[in-house]
Design a protein around this ligand. Structure first.
Ligand code: MG
Ligand code: MG
Length: 280
């Protein structure tokens, strides 16, 4: 089977190093969520993440990113995207308010290996509509992870994400311009992992592949626009968006969710899928 050049297949030892990075990412995101409250600025939340990076002896995967691609170098260690912002929001002076829907995307490298994850949560009292949007996105991420098994195709993952969102029958949009990706010695590697697709298509999922699976779902149209800062991606119709992401390693035992504290065991068991740790 022809394989697109550039897919990095990891050894068992390399996956273990990626687990170290993944846990730093997962624990930092939990700390950022815990710190989030009415009245805090997004820069203050970014600072929480910066402190965790320093304490862990890790390196931000985001800070300075994009400079080599003709974009202004990303100036923070988190992307914080609020309400109609979908992804790539730049932390700043914005004060978070009751009812805000906040997505935080975060990545680090440790000893040269990257982890990448995103969570969505509410500030204060979140509307039932926003709760449902985030929960649908989170569920779609896990559906994609559950479909990511050795011998599957990338299209199977994409289709699982898409089908899960559509099963909500809420008329949500699925963002197509931004995708999940391979991850390893760089944050973004081939293959792309789309959030819409047909089963049986695309790259073969092989042992040692590591993928970031990350649906971005909107309450209205999925048409996007980019703000003048050249980073922040918003819904053009102003509808709110959610973003969830985990980094997953495909091991002979099953899927190992490197950025989840429990490695994905609970969510995968609930879906009857083999959980594949290599051991911490
Ligand atoms: Mg990310
Ligand atoms: Mg990513």
């Amino acid at each position: 089977m022809r394989r697109r050049p550039g897919i990095e297949v990891k050894s068992v030892d390399q996956v273990r190093l990626m687990r170290v990075a993944g846990l730093i990412v997962g624990r930092t995101l939990a700390a950022v969520r815990d710190a989030a409250r009415v009245g805090i600025t997004t820069t203050e939340l970014d600072q929480v993440a910066r402190e965790h990076i320093a304490a862990a002896g890790a390196t931000s995967s985001f800070l300075g990113y994009g400079g080599g691609f003709g974009l202004p170098p990303f100036p923070a260690v988190t992307c914080i995207s609020v309400n109609e912002e979908i992804v790539h929001g730049i932390p700043g002076d914005r004060v978070l308010a009751d009812g805000d829907l906040v997505s935080v995307d975060f990545g680090v490298s440790k000893d040269g290996w990257h982890g990448d994850s995103a969570i969505t949560f509410g500030i204060g009292d979140l509307s039932p509509q926003a709760v449902a949007l985030s929960e649908t996105t989170r569920t779609a991420m896990w559906a994609g992870i559950a479909a990511a098994r050795i011998g599957a195709r990338i299209g199977d993952i994409a289709h699982a994400v898409e089908s899960s969102v559509k099963a909500s029958k809420a008329g949500y949009g699925i963002v197509a311009e931004y995708t999940g990706h391979g991850i390893g010695s760089e944050m973004h590697q081939p293959p792309d992992v789309p959030n819409l697709g047909r089963p049986g298509r695309g790259e073969l999922v092989v042992k040692g592949m590591c993928l970031a699976i990350e649906p971005m779902v909107t309450a209205g149209s999925a048409i996007t626009a980019t703000l003048e800062d050249e980073w922040t991606v918003v819904t053009r119709d102003g509808s709110p968006a959610a973003h969830w992401e985990h980094t997953v390693a495909l091991t002979p035992a099953g899927a190992w969710v490197l950025t989840a504290e429990d490695g994905g065991e609970a969510e995968l068991a609930a879906r009857g899928v083999k959980f594949g740790p290599l051991g911490d």
